[in-house]
Design a protein around this ligand. Structure first.
Ligand SMILES: NC(=O)c1ccc[n+]([C@@H]2O[C@H](COP(=O)([O-])OP(=O)(O)OC[C@H]3O[C@@H](n4cnc5c(N)ncnc54)[C@H](OP(=O)(O)O)[C@@H]3O)[C@@H](O)[C@H]2O)c1
Length: 238
C-alpha cells in the first residue's frame, strides 16, 4: 500500500524502514520543513497516513487527513485534551482515525496485565499503588501517553483512586506518577503496589523503537479493511 508519513523524526524514520520491508511505498513525507506539502492532492495519493509529530501540530494534521478522506494512524502523544473535537470531525467526515498512545504489542499486553493486576488489588487497600515512567531526554510531554493510559485503567478499577498527579507526594485518593528523563531510554513503565510487608511490581521496558514502528504499520494495513475510530484493542482483538 501507499503510506504517507507526517513527521520524519526518530519514529518517522523507523516506520519508513519497516513499511518498506513489508512491501509498502512511501509517496509522501512531511515534516516541519515542508508543511505546505500537506495538501488534499498529495494526501489523496496515499492509502493511509502515519503521523508521529508533536502535540502542537498533531490535531491540525489529523484535520487535513479527514478533509482529504485519507485514513490516519497516529502515535503522537500530548494532544488528548482535544480528543472530543478530533473524534467529532472524524465522524462528520466519515473518516478513519487509529490512535494509540503506544503501538507496541508488548505494551498492549502490559495494558491488559495492568488491568488484571488492578482487579486483584482492588480488594486489598493495604497496598499503596504508584507508577514511574522513564524516557529519553528529548521527550516533550510528561507523564507519557502510555503512563496516562495505564493510569486511566487504575482510576477506573481501584476504588480508592480518583485522579493522577505527576509528582511523588500525593493525597490518599490520588495516584502518583513519577516521570524521569534519562539518556536515550525508549520507554520504561513500572506499576508498584507496596504494603508494610511486601511489594508487587510489574514493568515493561522497550529495548528500541522497532516495536512501536511495526505496530503503526500494522495499524495502517488494518485501516484498509476497517473504518471509523480504531484502537489497538480492535487490531489485537482483546
Ligand atoms: N504511540 C507510540 O507508540 C509512540 C512511540 C514513540 C513515540 N511516540 C510519540 O510520537 C511523537 C514523535 O516522536 P519522535 O520520537 O519521532 O519525535 P521526533 O524525533 O522529535 O520527531 C518529530 C517529527 O515531527 C516533525 N514535525 C514537527 N512539527 C511538524 C509539523 N507541523 N508538521 C509535520 N511534522 C512536524 C519534526 O520535524 P523537524 O525534525 O523538521 O522538526 C520531526 O520530524 C511524540 O509525540 C512521541 O511521544 C509515540
Amino acid at each position: 500500500m501507499k503510506i504517507g508519513l507526517i513527521g520524519y523524526g526518530k519514529m518517522g524514520k523507523e516506520i519508513e524502514k519497516i513499511a518498506i520491508e513489508r512491501g509498502h511505498s512511501i509517496p509522501l513525507i512531511i515534516d516541519a520543513h515542508n508543511p505546505g506539502d500537506l495538501t488534499s492532492e498529495n494526501l489523496t495519493n496515499c492509502d493511509a497516513v502515519i503521523e508521529f509529530t508533536m502535540p502542537e501540530s498533531a490535531v491540525r494534521n489529523y484535520m487535513a487527513c479527514f478533509e482529504a478522506g485519507v485514513p490516519v494512524v497516529s502515535g503522537t502523544t500530548g494532544w488528548l485534551h482535544r480528543q472530543e473535537e478530533v473524534h467529532r470531525k472524524c465522524r462528520e467526515t466519515d473518516g478513519t482515525f487509529f490512535y494509540a498512545s503506544n503501538f507496541s504489542v508488548g505494551v498492549n499486553l502490559f495494558f491488559e496485565l495492568n488491568r488484571k493486576l488492578a482487579q486483584l488489588m482492588a480488594d486489598h487497600p493495604e497496598y499503596q499503588v504508584r507508577m514511574t515512567e522513564v524516557h529519553h531526554t528529548q521527550k516533550l510531554d510528561a507523564p507519557s501517553g502510555t503512563a496516562i493510559t495505564l493510569a486511566e485503567s487504575l482510576l477506573e478499577i481501584l476504588p480508592g483512586k480518583k485522579s493522577w498527579k505527576n509528582q511523588a507526594q500525593v493525597a490518599a485518593d490520588e495516584l502518583s506518577i513519577l516521570s524521569e528523563r534519562v539518556g536515550e531510554v525508549p520507554g520504561i513503565h513500572t506499576i508498584t503496589y507496596e504494603s508494610e510487608v511486601d511489594l508487587i511490581e510489574i514493568t515493561h521496558s522497550a529495548k528500541n523503537r522497532k516495536g512501536f514502528a511495526l505496530g503503526a504499520v500494522l495499524a495502517a494495513e488494518f485501516c484498509l479493511q476497517n473504518k471509523g475510530i480504531l484502537s489497538m484493542k480492535d487490531l489485537l482483538k482483546f
